[in-house]
Write a protein that binds this ligand. Sequence first.
Ligand code: NAI
Ligand code: 13P
Length: 351
Amino acid sequence: MFRKIGILGAGSWATAIAVLLAHKGFSVRMWSILPDQVDEIKQTRENSSFLPGVTIPPGVEVLVDMERTLEDVDVVIYGVPSHAFRQVFRQSMPYLPGSAVLVNVAKGIEEDSLCRLSQALAQEAGQDMLERFVVLSGPSHAEEVGRLVPTAVVASSYCLSSAEYVQDLFMCQYFRVYTNPDVTGIELGGALKNIIALGTGVADGLGYGDNTKAALMTRGLAEISRLGFSMGANPLTFAGLAGVGDLIVTCTSMHSRNRRAGIAIGKGKSIDEALAEVKMVVEGVRTTRAAYSLARRYGVEMPITEQIYRVLEEGLSPDIAVNNLMTRSKTHEMEEVARVAGAMGKIRFSE
Ligand SMILES: NC(=O)C1=CN([C@@H]2O[C@H](COP(=O)(O)OP(=O)(O)OC[C@H]3O[C@@H](n4cnc5c(N)ncnc54)[C@H](O)[C@@H]3O)[C@@H](O)[C@H]2O)C=CC1
Ligand SMILES: O=C(CO)COP(=O)(O)O
């Protein structure tokens, strides 16, 4: 069925999504806060700063006017960085059509409130809004989706029909979408993997090898699952696309902004220099601060996150951080697996 879609944000991921949905024949309006960017896209049909080399089809209209962007739309997609999500959601509220499905694609946790983004939305608009809220997450670099590379992701909602609506909306030959009712797990998986991607980037920057990367990814997944379980997620979600899937792509791809920032830090650059080098949003920096606080709140051990926090916030030298991780007191691998095993299969759709 024909759909009208409003996308808020015009960075790399928002643009790749706009292109995909326009290829599917939908009418897409994309809102940018930057008038120059709107002018550039209108003239060149390319978003050269955020997604160079991808042609934006005529089915995508680009605007600076949010009200016009959201007029009569069936779906609103929030494609801004997580630190801007609440503010942009608030700004959009007066213009949201009564039945529009709301989709968030940002991956982060609010630094001050420690809210997941669905929690921020519920605080702003009430719990009922969650019935039509869907989070889309998983291993999906914009640069690859923009050139139609086969990709698989997850649409997660408390409401099965909302999740399936978004599944149908996005599914196409090169974009496969699964559903999952574990909103907490999907949001945490997408946010927390960015911390580990920073860490594997640092290890690469220091010149370490594949063994180090595998260790960080595996033990990173263990601490993501540990925190997630404590926060009510289904631990099995972290074995899925938004967990290990996104961890793999972000920790190994040169498309990853988080990994690239980590490499620069491992090579001796300051945080500010690393962020300036990457230019686009590096979600893992804020998420490290949020996860560090959440680990304390929930009494969960997150040694990798803690060391990355110390590198980012306290100026700890990356090689000392690696040494700290390697010389921690000895422990068992399987204890935590047994601890979470009992929770499997508890989380279901509400209908
Ligand atoms: N780039 C990717 O491949 C993917 C990114 N994501 C997630 O999508 C979110 C956006 O990431 P990217 O598109 O990569 O970011 P980006 O850095 O390419 O673009 C961010 C966009 O948001 C806009 N923006 C920033 N602050 C704003 C504000 N306060 N109000 C309005 N607009 C604002 C910027 O002007 C820019 O257009 C992040 O949470 C990221 O983790 C998720 C999957 C893939
Ligand atoms: O989440 C992403 C791919 O799935 C994008 O990761 P980066 O923000 O590190 O580029």
